[in-house]
Design a protein around this ligand. Structure first.
Ligand code: NAP
Length: 268
């Protein structure tokens, strides 16, 4: 089935890698025009190249979502290209180690700026366009860490994700009467560069041993998941297509967990 997002103009942040790339590609496959945004222009261009090679339509913009001016420029670029914004995916998320007693104030602020304040200002920039047209879909990428301790005492990232979920609910109530839906997605363990970097760093694998260490970690994780595999960015892309599409027109204020069932399993 294709064309589920035909005619929609969509913005995906952090679309140069991982889940953001998966979402941008899935949107394009379904007929959306996609503004591929990332802090790293070459990464965004790589995603755009993949989309165009498959016949999709996209534009590219460099935007650091920690900077309000970049967020405004990103939304303006979408409006300049296609006249409006139908779908906004706030996908950027960064992670820093450290529990309550360890995390540096600067790191806490960095995480909350990139993960949460960015959502506030991206929504603020996109909402007037959605309000004008009387429809819109906002999808915020959260995490299962918003609802579960995942084995590491990291405090900033999961707390920011829980805040994203609640912000999503509040916005859903306020903007429902304007035809705008707000939902979040809580990915489980998804095989992306962010995870690989974190895992390899945390395992302290020696030079040349990184790939083997990561494969071992993935196999261990997969065994914990009822579906017996780790997730892929396509899994998140498919969920985002559904939430962005008119098939989800009566769904708002929800957090959709996409985790192969791991949060339902004892011992995780
Ligand atoms: P990823 O592979 O690191 O991709 C994120 C992209 O966003 C990268 O291109 C990154 O650039 C970019 N980025 C980082 N900071 C940015 C900023 N300030 N402005 C704009 N772009 C920025 O990460 P991912 O695993 O796909 O994660 C995407 C989302 O899924 C995040 O919200 C994450 O919390 C969520 N999530 C992921 C998992 C998982 O298992 N992968 C699980 C739960 C939730 P750099 O490479 O230069 O940093």
């Amino acid at each position: 089935m294709a064309g589920r997002l035909q005619g929609k103009a969509a913005i995906v942040t952090g679309a140069g890698s991982g889940n953001g790339r998966g979402i941008a590609a899935a949107f394009a496959r379904e007929g959306a025009r996609v503004l591929v945004s990332d802090i790293r222009l070459p990464a965004a261009e790589e995603t755009a190249g993949l989309i165009r090679a498959s016949g999709g339509v996209c534009e590219v913009v460099q935007a650091d979502v920690s900077k309000r001016a970049d967020i405004t420029g990103m939304v303006d670029a979408c409006v300049a290209a296609w006249g409006t914004v139908h779908v906004l995916v706030n996908n950027v998320g960064i992670l820093v180690p450290g529990g309550v007693e360890e995390v540096e104030e600067e790191a806490w602020d960095r995480v909350f700026t990139a993960n949460l304040k960015s959502v506030l200002f991206a929504c603020r920039a996109a909402l007037p366009h959605m309000t004008r047209q009387g429809s819109g879909a906002i999808i915020n990428i959260s995490s299962i860490s918003a609802i579960r301790h995942l084995g590491l005492n990291y405090i900033a990232y999961p707390t920011s994700k829980a805040a994203i979920d609640h912000m999503t609910r509040i916005m859903a109530v306020q903007y429902g009467p304007k035809g705008i839906r707000c939902n979040s997605i809580q990915p489980g363990f998804i095989d992306t560069p962010m995870v690989k970097n974190q895992v390899v760093g945390a395992l302290g694998a020696g030079k040349g041993e990184e790939e083997a260490a990561y494969q071992g970690y993935k196999a261990k994780r997969a065994a914990q998941v009822p579906m017996r595999r780790v997730g892929t960015p396509d899994d998140i892309g498919n969920a985002a297509v559904f939430l962005a599409s008119d098939e989800a027109s009566y769904i708002t204020g929800q957090a959709l967990t996409v985790d192969g069932g791991v949060t339902q399993s004892v011992g995780n």
